[in-house]
Design a protein around this ligand. Structure first.
Ligand code: HEM
Length: 575
């Protein structure tokens, strides 16, 4: 039947010949253009309508894509941290689907059960390979970016270094650096010509008797780098004193990697671009060489100290220091550790790079946002200061600091409201059903209480949105109120996470290994700062906003050229 409509064979041959003839006669550019157009159409049909129709979680609700090529993430990035995602959750419920690059889909959730499930199944939800490649280039194969058995092996050696007893021994280093910071700020405030090079020149109204405009974020970054150097591996970076070129290179690399550039986007999609000596690749290599070089130097020094102490038997080389690296080296020598489970020196050096990143910018940002909240709420700041003043010492022990309930509440509230790592992305490694606490209404009107995920699917978990969940923290969940923790019935229900019913330190076996270190450091630094200074908002009231570049950084609207900053008025207190 159908053959009767087909042209006769001779005619078919003629048509084919004339098509081929036309193609061979056509100029080359025309042939290439046609081929490119056909390929592009095929790709677009595949990436958009085809995948949309065949997507296994297509019923999940979510926004219409805000950008055909780049998906929703330019919009997410151009708004303050968490704003766009929260708007989606308000409209569709806590689990939605959104668009990544070139029509790729992903799931975005702040559902407490889904997030708990992801935390408890770390092998099923790993960091996306593109992100891991980038971080590995910066840090090497350290704890932050290895998976499966390698992660378990490394974590086993690192865990003892973060035991509460071990952290207690590191607190004096935290105070040493907190007092160095105090002295730097005092110097700045005493100098009538002081102009902070890390922020814009003060406006006339910000020139105030007895106080100075200071970019506290930068001072705190220098402090936390110094603390991690001393407490982490017995190495003084001296960032507060005079700056350090290794840290500067490292921070430059971080800024470059955090910038949204076309090359960066392409590099995520095309691993072959890793070999291009682009600015971001070169800076990441330099940063890794610098920090892991510090690691190697410290490891060699520790080994020499151990050898001179325990010439006869290296395995006795226990008491070489109380820093993280010494404790890791000690754990690595434990007799019950099989040789294949030990970390070699390169792996050990990469942990140093990892702690430099994971242990400094997170803590400094948490402190920065805490000071911002305290500057906005001078009553809270004063009440906290009065509590700190009840301790009869300039260098309290961790136990003494732990007796201060308001200090605990302020830190808890700040970490809840402004988590330095506001979200994380994961890739599914095998097919699973993701359970939900709160069902969402599907596009076809049915309720969805679990989401089918397949190997390779991407998901973003919103730490910040769980922390702001009104069902857990009450109707004022978006407000800074350290007293909420003393209210009966708050938190109203359980949220996943390692500490304080908040997700800021993640949870499960990929939780933040350094959370006790961070809490001790935040307490020591706040103790010293608040007993010597009052922190105030600038009289010119610039708009401070938060932008997420892996870490939630503070920016001043209209001063983006200055880079990330938190300018505050710093006023020394009369002693
Ligand atoms: C307020 C300060 C801190 C916050 C909010 C914080 C938060 C986090 C979060 C959310 C993660 C999970 C990241 C993910 O898997 O996507 C993490 C992991 C990690 N953090 Fe922290 N962190 C802080 C301080 C520290 C400190 C001081 C150290 C080290 C001294 C540290 C070392 C690490 C490491 C090594 C990991 C990777 C753990 C693993 O994958 O097993 N962090 N942190």
């Amino acid at each position: 039947m159908s053959d009767s409509f087909a042209p006769p064979a001779a005619l078919r041959t003629l048509q084919m010949d004339s098509l081929l003839g036309a193609l061979t006669d056509a100029p080359r550019w025309a042939i290439y253009s046609i081929a490119a157009a056909v390929a592009l159409t095929a790709i677009l049909l595949y990436r958009y309508p085809y995948r949309e129709r065949t997507l296994h979680y297509r019923n999940l609700p979510g926004p219409a894509s805000s950008n055909f090529l780049f998906g929703d993430f330019p919009k997410v990035q151009s708004h303050p941290t968490g704003r766009v995602m929260q708007a989606w959750f308000n409209e569709y419920g806590p689990t939605v689907r959104a668009k990544l690059l070139l029509g790729d889909n992903l799931i975005v959730t702040a559902d407490t059960t889904a997030m708990g499930f992801i935390m408890q199944h770390a092998d099923h939800f790993i960091k996306p390979p593109a992100q891991t490649r980038m971080i590995t280039r910066l840090l090497g194969h350290g704890l932050l970016n290895v998976n499966f058995d390698t992660h378990r092996r490394q974590r086993r050696v690192l865990n003892p270094a973060f035991h509460p007893d071990a952290i207690r021994e590191m607190v004096p280093h935290m105070f040493t650096k907190a007092y160095e910071l105090r002295d730097k700020l005092m110097e700045a405030c005493a100098d009538p010509d002081y102009a902070d090079p890390e922020t814009a020149a003060p406006r006339p109204e910000d020139v105030v008797a007895g106080a100075r405009k200071v970019n506290m974020n930068k001072y705190l970054i220098n402090t936390t780098f110094d603390v991690i150097g001393l407490a982490g591996f017995d190495y003084d970076f001296g960032c507060l004193r005079e700056g350090n070129h290794i840290v500067t290179t490292f921070r430059n690399a971080m800024s470059e990697l955090q910038r949204l550039t076309l090359f960066g986007v392409l590099q995520q999609m095309i691993p072959a671009l890793d070999i291009i000596p682009s600015k971001r690749n070169k800076l990441a290599d330099l940063a890794r060489m610098g920090t892991s070089g510090v690691g190697r130097e410290c490891i060699a020094r520790k080994r020499r100290e151990m050898e001179s102490l325990h010439k006869d038997d290296l395995s006795k080389g226990t008491f070489v220091g109380k820093d993280l690296l010494s404790l890791m080296l000690k754990a690595n020598m434990a007799k019950d550790l099989l040789p294949r489970d030990r970390l070699d020196d390169t792996e050990m050096a990469y942990q140093v790079s990892t702690f430099i990143l994971a242990g400094s910018e997170t803590t400094s940002n948490s402190l920065t946002w805490t000071l911002y909240r305290l500057a906005m709420h001078l009553d809270v700041q004063q009440r906290l200061r009065e509590e700190l003043d009840t301790l009869p010492t300039d260098e309290p022990s961790p136990e003494q600091l732990n007796t201060l309930p308001y200090l605990e509440n302020v830190i808890h509230e700040s970490l809840r409201l402004d988590p330095p790592v506001p979200e994380s992305m994961r890739m599914c490694t095998e097919d699973v059903m993701l359970p939900l606490h709160t069902p969402v209404k599907g596009r076809d009107g049915t309720m969805i209480d679990s989401v089918p995920m397949k190997k390779g699917d991407m998901i973003i978990t919103g730490y910040m949105q769980v922390n702001h969940n009104k069902d857990i923290w009450g109707p004022d969940a978006d407000r800074f109120n350290p007293d909420r923790f003393d209210r009966p019935g708050i938190p109203a229900r359980k949220a996943p996470g390692t500490w304080g019913n908040i997700t800021s330190f993640n949870g499960g076996n990929r939780n933040c290994i350094g959370y006790r270190f961070a809490l001790a450091e935040i307490k020591a630094i706040l103790f010293v700062l608040l007993r010597h200074f009052q922190f105030e908002m600038l009289p010119s009231s610039p708009t401070i906003t938060a932008k997420n570049f892996i870490i939630m950084l503070p920016w001043v609207v209209g001063e983006e050229n200055v880079g990330s900053q938190m300018p505050l008025m710093v006023r020394p207190l009369e002693q």
